[in-house]
Design a protein around this ligand. Structure first.
Ligand code: FES
Length: 571
């Protein structure tokens, strides 16, 4: 009566103290869903499925799911989707980052607890891809990621619109009085018009490229537009690939290695990708026991050119990137810098992938390594007395005339303080000052939101000031741009030096030296330390996940994961 093979429905039985009874009962209940005995004896591919009424980016997932299932069935296994938490970036309070770890735990435990032999991870919106990869690494069952794909652009007047770089561009115009309420209302309805993730090289697209570069997604799938028929074909192929993974036994721990993480860092730098991606990649690698010191990012940044001319750094959109050659074209340019022996979910190495014939590349969108957009990588880590454990600057999205600069700090001690005073006509601020935001890091009440893109004070934006040096322990949307120093660690709420800055202090930024220093003498800083009070949340008054997060979240340079989610070292 019993099928004792440890696959499919027979995996991980519910414990009733009688194995055969457990299997009999499970089959009986599975039969109630209309499956034949033949199908219930097959190997099972679980599909981590994340549609949500609160996630516009995943609104085409029902159609994609059908394609994934088709691929699994055609390859001879049984597809079974299961829901996990979905994170729609703009629908979450206080910020989606807070729930990334929760989604990763949900994903990991549902992969482990339910009977499946491999899993397809359907994600897309910013935090969903890192959350699924973190969970898959920890569960270490054969896994392949298929992403939502980017939105198509829209139009406004003669120009193209793509979420969300153009969201910010038009909001900046509105704040500066360049457009009126009627026009911003029109733009609001035109920014995001199709399914899919933000249309630029923001966090979602960067993470999609990183997943492909590491070998966790099928080649050529990161950039396919959400609504393109190729996306459905990619979903079908991902379902089939998951079945092959059962046979090959390639697991995330084989794919996500120090070498493939280095490849991903190279790709991040060449894309001029999102600053969030360094936090997420650190967390994903951390689940595999791989540490990413920010000094490693800097070493790679010195020798990795920026190749991709996409917003928010450049001028094109993700659909242009797809038609220009996509990530494959970038990987070919980077080939001499990459670790080519890394295994991918196809069973091929990265080197084998890059041996194939390729179509012509549109050099307006993807530059060659011989004629890059920038000779050095798009991100750089800064260290110094203001950020002993580091901070991040997306130099490819910044105004290089501000790279070597000393300025007077204008300090806001919270997001509320910023909102109250930034547009005050009496605010004492000039374009040469450095705007400083404190208490917006991981353990602050705001939970490290994408607030590092501090608005230019209205009195300056109305005079045409477009960029200033802005410094915080917050994050920045991958679709934003400017001379913005982020992820300052330790954060202000953990007594980092950022907490000690006062309006009028001098700060020196040097991108050349990779430094950020607070020019205040130690005795004065010691005096300030005596009156320091942390803004970190008082965990005594918290409960549930809120409490867990407040107690356990790590700093930005550690990926904002939880310490207890890292692999256990035996011995
Ligand atoms: Fe989902 Fe931008 S809101 S990717």
């Amino acid at each position: 009566m019993s099928d004792k093979k440890d696959h499919g429905l027979a995996k991980g039985l519910t414990n009733y103290g009688d194995r055969d009874f457990s299997l009999y009962l499970r089959r009986s209940f599975a039969s109630s869903m209309g499956y034949s005995k033949e199908f219930l004896s097959k190997k099972i591919v679980g599909i981590a499925y994340t549609p949500s009424g609160f996630n516009n980016c995943h609104r085409h997932f029902p159609e994609m799911l059908e394609a994934v299932k088709r691929g699994v069935l055609a390859a001879g296994a049984l597809p079974v989707e299961f829901p996990t938490i979905s994170l729609g970036e703009v629908f979450l309070n206080p910020t989606s980052l807070k729930f990334r770890n929760l989604m990763s735990m949900d994903t990991e435990e549902m992969i482990r607890a339910q009977p499946m032999d491999a899993v397809v991870l359907m994600g897309g919106c910013d935090k969903t891809v890192p959350a699924q990869l973190m969970g898959a690494v920890s569960a270490d069952l054969p896994a392949v990621q298929i992403v939502a794909g980017p939105m198509m652009t829209s139009r406004h007047g003669e120009g193209r619109l793509g979420a969300c770089t153009d969201c910010r561009r038009y909001w900046g115009k509105y704040r500066a009085g360049e457009i009126d309420t009627e026009e911003i209302n029109k733009v609001e309805m035109r920014l995001a018009t199709t399914a899919g993730t933000c249309a630029v090289m923001g966090t979602a697209s960067t993470m999609a490229c990183i997943a492909e570069a590491m070998g966790m997604s099928l080649p050529g799938t990161a950039a396919i537009p959400a609504v393109h028929a190729d996306r459905l074909r990619a979903a079908e192929a991902s379902g089939a690939a998951a079945v092959q993974l059962i046979e090959s036994s390639i697991r995330p721990s084989h794919v996500i290695t120090r070498e493939s993480v280095e490849n991903a860092l190279r790709v991040l730098l060449a894309l001029g990708g999102s600053t969030n991606a360094i936090v997420h990649l650190t967390a994903i690698a951390g689940r595999a026991g791989i540490n990413i010191p920010l000094s490693w990012l800097n070493e790679l940044s010195e020798t990795t050119p920026v190749l991709v001319n996409l917003k928010p750094v450049g001028s094109h959109y993700m659909e242009d990137f797809f038609y220009a050659g996509g990530l494959g074209a970038v990987l070919r340019e980077l080939k001499p810098l990459l670790n080519l022996d890394c295994i991918t979910v196809t069973g091929d190495t990265l080197g084998e992938r890059l041996e194939g014939p390729f179509e012509a590349v549109d050099r307006n969108v993807i530059a060659s390594a011989q004629a890059p957009l920038e000779p050095k990588g798009g991100l750089v880590a800064l260290f110094g007395s203001l950020a002993p454990r580091g901070a991040i600057l997306k130099r490819s999205a910044a105004d290089s005339s501000l790279f070597e600069k000393e300025g007077r700090a204008v300090v806001f001690n919270s997001l509320e303080d910023l909102a109250t005073r930034i547009d005050d006509p009496d605010l004492d601020v000039s374009a040469d000052d450095f705007l400083v935001l404190q208490n917006a890091g991981p353990t602050s009440p705001s939970g490290m939101p994408e607030a590092g893109y501090l608005p230019i004070p209205r009195k300056l934006s109305s005079q045409g000031v477009k960029d200033m040096v802005r410094i915080s322990d917050a994050r920045m949307s991958g679709t934003a741009f400017g001379t913005i120093v982020l992820h300052v660690a330790p954060e202000a709420a953990q007594a980092g030096p950022l907490a000690l800055v006062r309006t009028g202090d001098r700060i020196r930024l040097s991108v050349e030296q990779k430094s950020i220093d607070l020019l205040v003498d130690e005795e004065e800083l010691d005096r300030r330390r005596e009156t320091y009070t942390s803004s970190a949340r008082d965990v005594a008054g918290l409960r549930g996940y809120d409490k867990l997060y407040a107690e356990q979240v790590l700093q930005a340079d550690e990926g904002c994961d939880f310490e207890f989610m890292k692999p256990v070292k035996i011995g």
